[in-house]
Design a protein around this ligand. Structure first.
Ligand SMILES: *Cc1c(COP(=O)(O)O)cnc(C)c1O
Length: 232
């Protein structure tokens, strides 16, 4: 059952939590973007989020993003779509025209595929490099020690706009492990940023989900990806 008022109330509550956590990290609330991850819900809930003023919608599977993107109409408010999960290279062409952000660039081959398809489609997608800081074998992403060697090769990207780093906290270890992982991503960013070619920025840190977004913001997140807490 879709309950738009419940969704709006959850959104308002989460926005307050984001604002408080941002203040604790010495930043205004507007420094953190809430990406509503809608993988567990349907288009009705997306409509409720849009009605409540949320414009950044994330999906983890490309096929789900295609389907929900197609289900919205020009009468709906404009959505900034974020792909937050793994993108197979054979799905790049179809996904690119729909998305503003890809949080999950996890290989040089994928970056090159996004670059060449963006050239054909005349697009300039904003992309984050996913980093597997926790080392979980089940997670996608560059190893932390792969990021610095990658940077010079990013100088050749004309279409792809690399804007930051993304991670998911360790599945185990609770809040203290999550804080350690988020701090590690920020420290990697601080180390790498001065070494980036001029076309690359690492300003954005996409980290934090329903269970740990306040910790992520305290550790410097500029984008949080929140699903279940919005629909509880
Ligand atoms: C599902 C998902 C989220 C949101 O997770 P919740 O715990 O439901 O908030 C965030 N990021 C990614 C990559 C996801 O797949």
């Amino acid at each position: 059952m879709i309950d738009p008022q419940k969704t709006a109330a959850n959104l308002a509550h989460i926005r307050e939590q984001i604002a408080s956590a941002a203040l604790r990290s010495g930043r205004p609330a507007g420094a953190v973007t809430l990406v509503a991850v809608t993988k567990s819900v349907g288009v009705g809930e997306i409509a409720a989020l849009l009605a409540a003023g949320c414009r950044d919608i994330g999906e983890s599977r490309p096929q789900d993003l295609w389907q929900k993107h197609a289900a919205l109409t020009p009468a709906d408010p404009p959505v900034r779509w974020h792909l937050v999960g793994h993108l197979q290279r054979n799905k790049v062409r179809r996904t690119l025209p729909m998305v503003e952000w890809i949080h999950s660039a996890d290989s040089a081959r994928l970056l090159n595929e996004i670059e060449s398809e963006s050239e054909k489609l005349n697009l300039a997608p904003k992309v984050l490099l996913e980093v597997n800081v926790s080392g979980d074998a089940t997670k996608h992403g560059f190893r932390p020690d792969e990021v610095l060697p990658l940077l010079p090769t990013l100088a050749g990207l004309v279409r792809v706009q690399v804007r930051g780093l993304m991670t998911m906290a360790s599945l185990e270890g609770g809040p203290s492990a999550a804080r350690r992982d988020f701090a590690a991503l920020r420290e990697l960013r601080d180390l790498a940023a001065p070494l980036c070619p001029p076309n690359v920025s690492l300003h954005e840190l996409s980290m934090g989900m329903s269970g740990d977004f306040e910790i992520a913001i305290e550790e410097g997140a500029t984008m949080v990806r929140i699903g279940s807490a919005l629909f509880a």
